[in-house]
Design a protein around this ligand. Sequence first.
Ligand code: IMP
Ligand code: MG
Length: 215
Amino acid sequence: MASYLQIADDEKGHELDLFCVPRHYENDLDKVIIPHGLIMDRTERLARDIIRDMGGHHIVALCVLKGGYKFFADLLDYIKALNQNSDKSVPLTVDFIRVKSYCNDKSTNNVRVIGGDELSSLSGKNVLIVEDIVETGRTMQTLLSLLSECNPKMVKVVSLLVKRTPRSSGYRPDYIGFEVPDAFLVGYALDYNEYFRDLSHICILNDQAKEKYKV
Ligand code: IMP
Ligand code: MG
């Protein structure tokens, strides 16, 4: 079982005015739940755990866009640092796919995969899927079943966040940064209808903002 940093349901978070938050979002957020610095520290350790398990063979890091892009970039920087400062190192290549399953603050049953190289190029590789958040688990399960048709040597999934929710299918990633309460989170590339990716910290969106940015 993957270990993770647990954010409790009654976590009070931090007042917004203790951190730098863009003016245009000040009225949309309740609290800072995971400050950017803590995300970075946890990511550094995930990089170490991943290299320990996967570092024997060429790794293809597969970024699940758009929400995964910040975590992907920071995680790969830490993996690169390990690779260039140790006697053992492996080539690391990257690919990007886009998956869409969300409308407003609800996960839908319709999971669509768009873009990326031909998945067949992953045959025989160690594939690391990098995701922002697992909620029901449907997105990841869909992606994993598509990937398995391409016969990769190994597939591991790292998700920065996993939501504690009764809507979960029971799916758990191989590596988890934080387990978070069943609330809608934004920031650090997690969005609400494309807003809030330009926010460094992970925050809880308030109900007023859900209305304001609704499509
Ligand atoms: P799942 O298929 O229900 O596991 O949902 C996974 C996808 O839904 C993630 O990749 C996110 O893009 C999106 N998602 C789920 N919860 C949140 C959230 O709290 N904030 C932002 N996006 C979310
Ligand atoms: Mg995602």
